[in-house]
Design a protein around this ligand. Sequence first.
Ligand code: SAM
Length: 241
Amino acid sequence: MRIDIVTIFPQMLTGFFDAGVIGAARQAGLVQIHIHDLRDFTTDRHRQVDDRPYGGGPGMVLKPEPFFRAVESIKNQLSVAPRVILLSAQGKLFTQQIAKELAQERAIILLCGRYEGVDERVLHICTDELSIGDYVLSGGEAAAAVIAECVARLVPGVVGKQESIEHDSFYNERLLGPPQYTRPPEFRGLRVPEVLLTGDHQKIEEFRRRAALEKTLKNRPDLLTPLPPAPLPSEGEGGKG
Ligand code: SAM
């Protein structure tokens, strides 16, 4: 998988992708990450990427032309059609399900906004507009790091054992993962639950399932409420026959 990130602050991201699981995956050639400076796609002497908002108001808006040129230039290096994602507090909420879907892609381009945001016309070259949560960051770089890391770790081979991904929160169902413990068995009077030390796999599985449910009920009860039914197909959309 190839991930391209376009930002006015490339230095914010370079170190992040050099270390850990993603750093190792890059070295092993499983994931390619390219970070581009938006200013490299300007044509004026001052490398200007922003301008004042039409209609007035505070702050500056990132101009459309450098994003269009950046995406065209990256697409020219690809043999497949990429997903082009604008990071935006106004986007669809990024979830593990979307991460799974994106992990099937061969190429993803992430566009980072700054200041008051990005000229809306940039959405014409995007396939998606994604938000990482209902809050506002100063720029899309942290969001790009979140999405790139979350998607890359689902690429086969990136995390050593597929099993560890499948046991994570949110992977298969709307449930948080179970609590984890490691040695020592007792620390400052805090004991590891006895069942985890028994080696009885069935009992351990039951304990984990119950603990995961308890934790979900405590921290994210919203996940346990049933989803609304899927909308019925509208008239004319098949059905009769
Ligand atoms: N004026 C914008 C609004 O009301 O939605 C906020 C702009 S924000 C200060 C600057 C940039 O940070 C955005 O263009 C976007 O790229 C990024 N950003 C901020 N919050 C984000 C979020 N929750 N998810 C993804 N990107 C975000």
